[in-house]
Ligand binder design. Sequence first.
Ligand code: PRX
Length: 662
Amino acid sequence: MDPTHNTPQKAAGRLASVMQEDRVFPPPLEFSKQAKIGSLEDYQRIYDEAARDPDGFWHARAQSLPWMTPYTKVLDWNPPDAKWFVGGRTNASAACLDQHIAAGRGDKIAIVWVGEPVGERREISYRQLHAEVCQFAAGLSQLGVKAGEVVSIYMPMTPELVIAMLACARIGAVHSVIFGGFSSEAIADRNHDAKAVAVITADGGWRRGAALPLKKNVDEALNKPAIDGPQTVKHVVVLKRTGQPVEMVPGRDVWWHDLVAGMPTDTPPVAMDSEAPLFILYTSGSTGKPKGIKHTTAGYLVWAKTTAEWVFDLREDDLFWCTADCGWITGHTYVTYGPLAAGASILIYEGAPNAPNEGRFWEIIEQEKPTIFYTAPTAIRSFMKWGMQHIQGRDLSSLRLLGTVGEGINPEAWIWYHEVIGGKRCPIVDTWWQTETGGIMMSPLPGCTPTKPGSCTLPLPGVCPEVVDAAGNPVDQGEGGWLVLTQPWPGMLRGIWGDDERFRETYWSRVPGKYLAGDNARQDADGYYWIMGRIDDVLNVAGHRLSTIEIESALVSHPAVAEAAAVGRPHDVKGEAVAVFVTLSSGEPGDALKDALRKHVRQQIGALAVPDDIHFAAVLPKTRSGKIMRRLLRDVAAGRETVGDTTTLEDYTVLAKLRDDD
Ligand code: PRX
């Protein structure tokens, strides 16, 4: 086999012929003319430069960080442990704020914020953002929060969420943002695992006109009996957002506005080691509880900033709207750290895309005029379903670039996005990456890469993907296999919080020395990558990562359930929906129990994990060795096999026998 068959070099060489194909969209000429990377030759040159001399390449890019102590070495790579910019000291909030102000850009708008209640809007300049971050950082310090300690953040999408993240970074505290849709159980688990010393929350947040009970959820989490050892959380800071009544626990709880009152607006940033943790973010794996993915300071920032600039071709007058919540990695890297380190203006919207009606996003675009719009395929499929009447007549002409993330996009949705939202003039960047990778790994560069709907196209410079078989050998072109990354990159995860063994086992053991992404992929004849879904029991529901095991554990913790199996089934909007099969130890199968189980999963994990389908079964189909036959259940869940009435007990014994060798 040709050893260079899967390098981007080959791909770039072939693209002249690719452009002739039907389903290939060359970058719009007007866009290319103005883009920083405007030709495939440029991409090729940068890619080669990064491959030839990674240290020199990343050294050059790291110069844009404000170094308080220079590093002595670019990379110390002792697989799977990487140290980037060894011995250096910097600060993430200084990179996102102080250096822009020092460069005379303090009056530039950092954040345009739109609340869910119509008419609520704020504009915050870099100078104002800096002042608010400094005050809140001083407040946290006054509470006794120290560098290296973990602070949980459970907030609505308000500017204060970004301020809280940057304030933690300013004093060297490690933030752990918990998505506002998670339950009190999930908060308690994450606080406990991370040994969080404080929680920053709000009385509530607006979601489809209703006030979410955020503070109440935090109270419930903190009132649970300690899992082992004493409660680590000493302080709760509460932002007044909705004005709903909340209980404040004396000595523990403090209002945000009281904490910052009179605080200095020039709190100096703490010089943090390049490898000091910047944040942890919990994500679902194929086994056990969610894992705290650890990202560190300098490498992550270099990756966030560089990829934001490359993929979104950021320009001085851009207004960048990434619709992700900061509870997910996309919100960390492309709401907060990437664009702010790059000195861009970001747009944040607090609420749901269908509040007060399905036209809200397009109204916001018409009013605020963002130039870049980055969202998830599941949202695009919802927009398609909601219909043209919400879009027609809206002026979307400010948009010049569109992006997608979180799951594969089906070509139909891609074409709709291109034509209806992008007016056929905006390139689309389909960006493949993960919580673990810190930032985008594969994506078209909008000024130069011809796109094919459904493919994330080519790796970014510094990214070395390979598609391998179970023995770790590269597969032939066109064949599917496991996606691995063969070289370290600055934004890579540095571990799982408190579980080094799991880190090694999950990502580095099956294909020794290479990072196992957990996705299946294939490369086409042009070297383009196509992601083909997970290799493990991780589901991707509406772009959110969920573990089947977590859902199963939640179900079996209900007194009526003996055994449970969760699988994904195709869903035309969410991509995948959750289908569960349960056997009962007590109780009657029927709608009342289904409701109770849904409520229970909501309490245990959160609304996003609530099963769409619940099948009651007499037994679960298992192999002779006792493993649940998920492949069979996936077929049943998808309607590929119809087995009786799903509201009563189902007996899969016969099928199980038939398929015993699966
Ligand atoms: O399976 C891939 C899918 O989402 C997973 C990562 O999920 P998470 O860590 O939650 O991060 C999502 C946001 C970066 C991947 O392993 N995925 C992500 N982007 C794409 C994708 N699948 C196909 N195409 C993509 N562009």
